[in-house]
Design a binder for this molecule. Structure first.
Ligand code: SF4
Length: 619
């Protein structure tokens, strides 16, 4: 009787004509877990319909739990849209449901939207500017009614039309909303979290909130929200700013800040251009840099300069000195409170303060009413307990296959690997041969997606691949991912290409995690090639993270949490691009003999057929 369940007189209707396989069972399990305040881990593949299942269960729970709300956090603004679409659908069946969303405040600013200007400033800077604007009564802070909407743009346009700041219009809807969708920083960035949560009976009280973490496999994105970095350019600009705005501060304050910035620049200069993470001595940084500056004074001076800039430049203003202060302030807190769980590193032009134990941020999920973590590649239960620091009872739901298993075929090549010691020309050549060989075996109307372990490996394979391809003379179109590739551009290229397409991408990157290539509801990707298992590249950060995890959970678990599980997740994410619906059929190739290790085979849950290149058939 799911189709029309009466709860307190209201119908909670399933918004689709029917349920997909196993959806009803999962709804039941989530219902029971929510009633008991248990945390839920939902590991279900693409196509299962996780979002609607979770929203539906939550609607039923919230319906009978006055005062409770759901904060649904997503990685990026693009991921807000599918959730809004499902909520609009639910609302069409049950008009009582109210929802709202929060993306970066600067992107929801009335002034920015009205003047259509780009703001190249950080969210944290903008939050302070916004405070100034409000204190001067420069903003239309109005409650407005906006009924069902299914896109961010629709809401923003409507709010501006009604002469109201969209960010505040959204925040004023918190009281009535069942669901608040927000990007990760609203939960995981300690500075931004304060703009939503209040622990003293304010806007949202964590203990009344059910938190949904979407794409919860992506720990990197989760902790990125709380890692901090400081670039040499920012410090140089802070010095220029100090000079230019010295008229708003005293000579003594000026001299103190200047000396500090010069020492900081001097120190950062020593590591300029580091190509890989270099771990720095945190005690030295604290003793020789952070401890020599009067943090209160730096905070006050940077705020005075920031205000002066806001007076002159309006919402576009940002203070570089303020960014330096924020970094140092956060460093000091982290050093004093989480000494063993953070590390300071140099990379390129930056210093980065990085978490070595994500639980210091993610364990706040324990303080909520409860939480639901979901993903198509959710890490195992012990990982959630240890790495996320979840201390409550967890209901772990695993849905292995929703589509016919015979639609997937797995292969593994045993004469190749991208293990560091074996990265030779001959090895890359073999990989290139495999890619072309597989391309010739897959019908040309299907795309072949190749996931390399890193840009470095891709750059080494591609020139060899191009040489062989020329000799073969097949009409193969290559789409190659770079650091700034946009998904929309790839979709456009795919639509206009005439020939057999190969997308060359990097495991764990935009194209292997976020792309959906379908036509008439069917996946266009017919094969996925893992061109070497994507074990993380060794660097000081990885080593420090591994050390910390091993200290906390033992050597074996430490290795699993740091190396093995993230690698397997990247492989499964890449595989997940091919099968989007019940009629999709695809072949998966792993060009790395290490995949045959018992542990990897077991976690991947596959039985691959061994393949090798035909002798003498390729040039
Ligand atoms: S309150 Fe003012 S400055 Fe802040 S986001 Fe709204 S319109 Fe922009």
């Amino acid at each position: 009787m799911y189709d029309n369940i009466q709860k307190q007189g209201l119908a909670v209707m399933w918004p689709y004509p029917e349920f997909r396989r196993k959806q009803k069972e999962v709804i039941d399990i989530i219902d029971r877990a929510l009633d008991k305040g248990k945390i839920v881990g939902l590991n279900a593949p693409t196509g299962f319909g996780k979002t609607i299942v979770v929203l539906y269960s939550l609607t039923r729970f919230l319906e009978k739990s006055p005062g409770k709300k759901c904060l649904y956090v997503v990685r990026t603004k693009n991921e807000v849209r599918p959730v809004l679409k499902e909520l609009a659908l639910l609302k069409s069946k049950m008009p009582e449901i109210k929802y709202t969303f929060l993306i970066a405040k600067r992107d929801m600013c009335f002034h920015r939207l009205r003047t259509n200007q780009e703001l190249w400033i950080s969210s944290e800077d903008f939050i302070e500017t916004c405070k100034d604007f409000r204190s001067k009564n420069l903003c239309p802070l109005k409650r407005i009614e906006i009924e069902a909407y299914s896109s961010i743009t629709e809401f923003l346009e409507e709010a501006v039309k009604k002469n109201s700041c969209p960010w505040y219009a959204s925040k004023y809807m918190f009281d009535e909303a069942y669901f608040i969708i927000a990007t990760y920083p609203y939960l995981f960035n300690p500075f931004i979290r304060q703009s939503v949560f209040s622990y003293n009976g304010g806007v949202l009280n964590l203990k009344d909130v059910i938190i949904v973490v979407d794409e919860a496999h992506n720990l990197e994105s989760v902790i990125q929200s709380s890692d901090r970095s400081l670039s040499i350019k920012t410090v140089e600009r802070a010095l220029e700013e100090l000079e230019k705005y010295s008229f708003v501060i005293s000579n003594l304050d000026y001299a103190h800040c200047r000396d500090f910035l010069l020492s900081l620049l001097d120190y950062m200069g020593k590591y300029r251009g580091a190509r890989k993470y270099i771990r720095l001595n945190i005690d030295y940084v604290y003793g020789q840099l952070v401890n020599i500056v009067d943090l209160d004074l730096l905070g006050r001076v940077s705020d005075d300069i920031r205000r002066a800039k806001v007076e002159m430049q309006g919402i576009r203003a940002r203070s570089y000195l303020r960014s330096v202060w924020r970094f140092i302030y956060y460093f000091e807190i982290s050093y004093t409170l989480h000494y063993e769980d953070v590390g300071i590193f140099a990379l390129g032009e930056k210093l980065e303060l990085k978490l070595l134990n994500p639980a210091i941020i993610t364990s706040l999920l324990n303080e909520s009413y409860t939480a639901i973590l979901m993903s198509g590649t959710l890490p195992p239960l012990d990982y959630l307990r240890d790495v996320y620091g979840l201390k409550r009872d967890i209901e772990y739901i695993e849905i292995k296959d929703v589509f016919p298993p015979e639609n997937k075929r797995y292969f593994c090549a045993v004469d190749v690997t991208t293990k560091y010691k074996t990265r030779t020309f001959e090895m890359f050549q073999k990989i290139a041969y495999y890619i072309l060989f597989i391309r010739t075996k897959i019908p040309f109307d299907y795309i072949v997606l190749v996931a390399y372990p890193s840009y470095d490996v891709m750059r080494k394979v591609l020139p060899i691949y191009n040489n062989i391809k020329e000799k073969i003379g097949e009409n193969i179109i290559d789409i190659i991912e770079s650091e700034d590739t946009k998904i929309d551009d790839v979709i456009r290229m795919v639509e206009s290409a005439q020939g057999g397409i190969i997308i060359h991408a990097v495991a764990g990157g935009k194209l292997t995690e976020g792309i959906e290539l379908t036509r008439d509801g069917k996946s266009l990707i017919g094969a996925v090639i893992i061109a070497g298992l994507p074990f993380p590249e060794p660097n000081d950060y990885l080593e420090a993270f591994l050390d910390r995890m091993s200290q906390l959970y033992g050597k074996e678990k430490g290795w699993e949490y740091t190396i093995l599980i993230p690698t397997i997740i990247k492989v499964r994410q890449a595989f997940g691009r091919a099968i989007r619906g019940p009629s999709d059929v695809a072949s998966f190739f792993i060009l790395d003999r290490r995949a045959l290790s018992k542990k990897i085979i077991k976690i991947l849950n596959i039985k691959p057929t061994i393949v090798s290149l035909p002798r003498g058939k390729l040039p």
